[in-house]
Design a protein. Sequence first.
Length: 397
Amino acid sequence: MKSNLLVGKCIVVAVTGGIAAYKTCEIVSLLKKRGANVKVVMTENATRFVSPLTFETLSDNPVITNTFSRPKTWEVEHIALAKQADLFLIAPCTANVIGKIASGIADDFLTTTVMACKCPVVIAPAMNTAMYQNPIVQRNCNTLKELGYYFINPASGFLACGDIGQGRLPEPSSIVEYVCNLLFLSMDLKDKRILITAGATSEPIDAVRFITNRSSGKMGYGLAKAAIERGASVTVILGQVKISFDDLKAEIVKVSTTNEMFEAVKKIYGDFDYIIMAAAPGDYRPEKFSKDKLKDDKISLTLVKNPDIAKFVGENKRAGKLIIFCAETKNLKEYAREKLTKKHADMVIANDVTKSGAGFDGDTNIVSVITKDTEEDIPLTDKYILSGMILDRILNL
């Protein structure tokens, strides 16, 4: 990332009262190093975790903590700051502040400024796992997303309260990467057609049981969202997922089994500039299906091989580029290169699912991007941010 990328940009960084406030110090520092004019706003509770003097030193600007402090100019200060801002970042953002903004409550400097903002507002929640997963908090987050607010999903790991789960503020470098991508979002995929497979397939055993895997569809969602924001026309062939794709301005084709996904891909793959195989289709299916629920004390299943969707596309594609995903538990790069060759792919995104923070179901990933001539390791990164980075590499094919 260019060191002077943010010269001329005013970024307001709002800090709320959470233990993750200490990470915001590095966010401010990184934004300053990239040339941004950073203005820091703190809630009263945030000042209990980090001193305003720390942020004043890092930002080289006064820190605002009180709506009714004596103004340094004769402007209405929260309105003036909202007009100056090219982007408003709240990191960390507590459940309390998310709830206030979602309800239209403006009772301090931070919330009044947000209400006056016309620039992008980015919210990075950080809190206890149970709080983040609370249906009320999720409802408030979804309300704000529908209204156009941007969210950086919290990372998973060890939390300050001692719990392990989702709720950590992502690494400062990832948040700054997100901010830069949002500010300088290009339409470099305009007029491009992208086909994405996402989620898991399920293979029925009997009337009530099936075989599947832990794929959540989050990587496919991130890729589709990032591609749409950059101007692409996106079609998603969607298996079983744990998140909604309904908000995407994409054509969605829903499937269940690997054979159904194969048939759906075969019908349309030739019409696309890029085919991204982010789904986790089942490699095998039961040889026989029982229309009745099996009741025997011991059941033996004979599995047969499913069609290799990526290999079919690789062998038959014409002008389009094929990008595949490769999830392994050992010999990651060796197996990834084998698949790159065997499936006639142009790029493979490989990840070791045994690593903490990588693989299925989570909001982050750790990958290696491999082509015939190049190899790049990308450390732990939010899947949406990673999606933009992958699209950058795809455009260089």
